[in-house]
Design a protein around this ligand. Sequence first.
Ligand code: ADP
Ligand code: MG
Length: 888
Amino acid sequence: MATRVKSRGEAGSAKKDGPTPMMAQYLALKESVPDCLLFYRMGDFFELFFEDAKRAAATLDIALTARGEHDGEPIPMCGVPAHSHEAYLARLIKAGHRVAIADQTETPEEAKKRARKEGRAAKALVARAIVRIVTAGTLTEETLLDARASNWLVAVAEAGGDIGIAAADISTGRFELSSAPIAMLDAELARLGAAEIIAPEGFERAPDDAHICARSDFSSIEAERRLKTVFGVATLDGFGQFDRAELAAAGGLLAYLDSAGQGALPFLQPPRHHRAGDYMLIDAATRESLELTHSASGNRGGSLLSAIDRTVTGAGARLLAVDIAAPLTTTDAIEARLDLVALFESDAGRRDHLRAALKALPDIGRALGRLVAGRGSPRDLGLLRDGLYAARDLHEALARIDEPPALLAETLPRLTGHGALSDHLARALVPSPPIDTAQGGYIAEGYDAALDDLRETAGDGRRAIAALEARYREARGIASLKIKHNNVLGYHIEVPSKHADALMAADSGFTHRQTLAGVVRFNAPELHEEAQRVMQAGAHALAAEAAHLEELIARTLRDRDAIAATADALARLDVASALAEQAALRGWTRPRLTAEPCFAVEGGRHPVVEMAVERQGERFVANDCALAPEERLWLVTGPNMGGKSTFLRQNALIAVLAQAGSYVPAQSAKLGIVDKLFSRVGASDNLARGRSTFMVEMVETAAILAQATEHSFVILDEVGRGTSTYDGLAIAWAVVEAVHDVNKCRCLFATHYHELTRLAERLDALSLRHVRAREWQGDLVLLHELAEGPADRSYGLAVAKLAGLPKETVGRAKAVLAKLEAGREATGGIAAGLDDLPLFAADVPQMEEDAGDPLREALDAVHADDLTPRDALDLVYRLKRLADEAGG
Ligand code: ADP
Ligand code: MG
């Protein structure tokens, strides 16, 4: 509820020791919102005091001043103009602050009147109340929001061992509920990329930056009751079967929105049920490493989304981001999206027509959000009118399509049905209604005869005043006489000082009002009369317009859900035609989806790297990928900078794009639906993340081994490189075996451990690939082309030379390498002995247990008849080393 603090009528009678009445009012308000900066309205400014002032002044880089005293100390203060406070709000919110707005809830005149009635001094304190709490997740203002990104407020709660997640973007009313096992909380939060997260007190898994709310807000029973009331239904079944965790989260969300809006609930569409199984599972680390919607730097630029986003509306951009963040897993739903893309891909004329129409569309979803939140303007109604008409026109054009694909058939009806409303708005509003209502003039002529009369009266008055001016000039012979208007004097006559004396005379018919440097101002009875007429009519007209506005908004909001559905339908058309445009311009292909876990891409490309390569005037080399149950793990070796990482990621991105319902950057693609996608990058590729990187790498890798199924797709990029060579190789080796034998998922594994290629001999479904390179006249040429088999050598020195390492250093390194390689020949290299390691699945060595006698085991594994003399020599070396290790 609004915290309302009334003056106690003590203004002007401040005791020396206690706070002034105004300060007392301020402190009481501040106490109710301790975690917010308090914007305290004083006339044309919002003022901040005490610590708030210091923090705001620092963030906003504005002057910190002082006012009065409190407890014998000057009170720090800073302020921002009320008319431009949004810009300051934006900066404070961005810096992570929460702001409570305390506005005046009566005019100074009303305050005086009230004080008189209550029999107190006339100089009274104006009543103020907190009208709104502004946080990153509760914004609706156009200027505070990114038009092309959703703004999620997310509430998390726990019940029955599951996590419930309620997410709302109140700027458009999008509202969804989902539940997940506790382990998946981070993945879900990463999908949403919330602007603000709230969690109940005592919730252990709450993210560090979550805002903690009272536990009692997160009541599933109360939430169910509230949701039914808000959406006017007897049961929630029509929206989905929500579990207790989901309802608890919804309860927390609603309570929070109530308090932020001080009782006025913003726009919420009926909740959608986001069922985890319907979407590809992508955990937080995978999202980060694939840079789906944000690049590593945290910006949109450089991400997959920014590389492919050709949407022409804000709503389309927001929906595309949602789609990319949550690829689907049901073939029907994916095909439905692809059919719609195909419709526009195959017909450039139709696509251009649609996109041109969409481009001109206003953002009706956000306009509606502002109207519901009570921050709408005549302009927003005008936007809805224009948008709804445009949607109807689009409907007309699209309805002519024969045999429309299912998604179009489903979308089309949502584009129409607003005729009565838009006609009403068209009659009621001027063509471009203003945001500011103070001057009126937004209700169209002819809508209300009484309003027209008032305007005519005011107009007549103004014309009469203009006529008076001409008459006075002539009668007095003062060509420079003017009739002016300001807020203090209202209408008045102004003459230069030298002409003033003549008008000062008692019988002149003019009354002196004001003398300024150079001019003198007067009033006159006729002018006063006309001015009264103008003012009264004007005030009545303004009031009439305001009443119409209120009515029009109420009328519009009756259709809020249908309008939101139209906004969503337009966004879907924008996304489909934008993906079609991308496909047509970049030569993308429609993926074919199958149930069996294959992954057959011909001529695949990386949409982001391809653009970067092209910008440098080079050509991106397309590569095939062919995984199937019998050959599901590719081990990719080859020189640094050879294109391994790019190849891995492009295939993961192709899976994301395909299941999001997009064409893909390839000549052809046949993909088995991916249930979970994992991407891990070896630690040293990842230093920017600034954590204990090897530990993170291992934790994340463990998650894959625990979760990946036969239908999952995994890319592992140099896993194990974050530790010493032996450890790293050992871990990489074991991970490859586990992925191959236990998870049986499709996997691309890039490694610089050449030794791993030996696994090919033992793991049936593992196949070797390498990125090709060639040395030409002593220089390394990277071909970025994938070929069968292992890399023949590492080219490390050639890469070093390419990178500009001094000639002498490279020369010295060559000498060292020669020595090392000679040593390797003699010992069999660091992976000597691994060939005989028992098969992973067959005999898992138990770390805790005594591994037995390694010498005996090694000997048992030997088939003497199969040994060549060379093998025998190797064996002797190995046995000797085992003996040394066992002894030492
Ligand atoms: P690696 O992981 O083998 O070290 P990357 O995949 O990081 O190599 O690629 C290094 C660079 O090579 C990329 O930044 C890009 O400029 C270029 N590159 C990679 N793949 C290709 C390709 N298929 N065609 C053209 N250039 C490529
Ligand atoms: Mg790499």
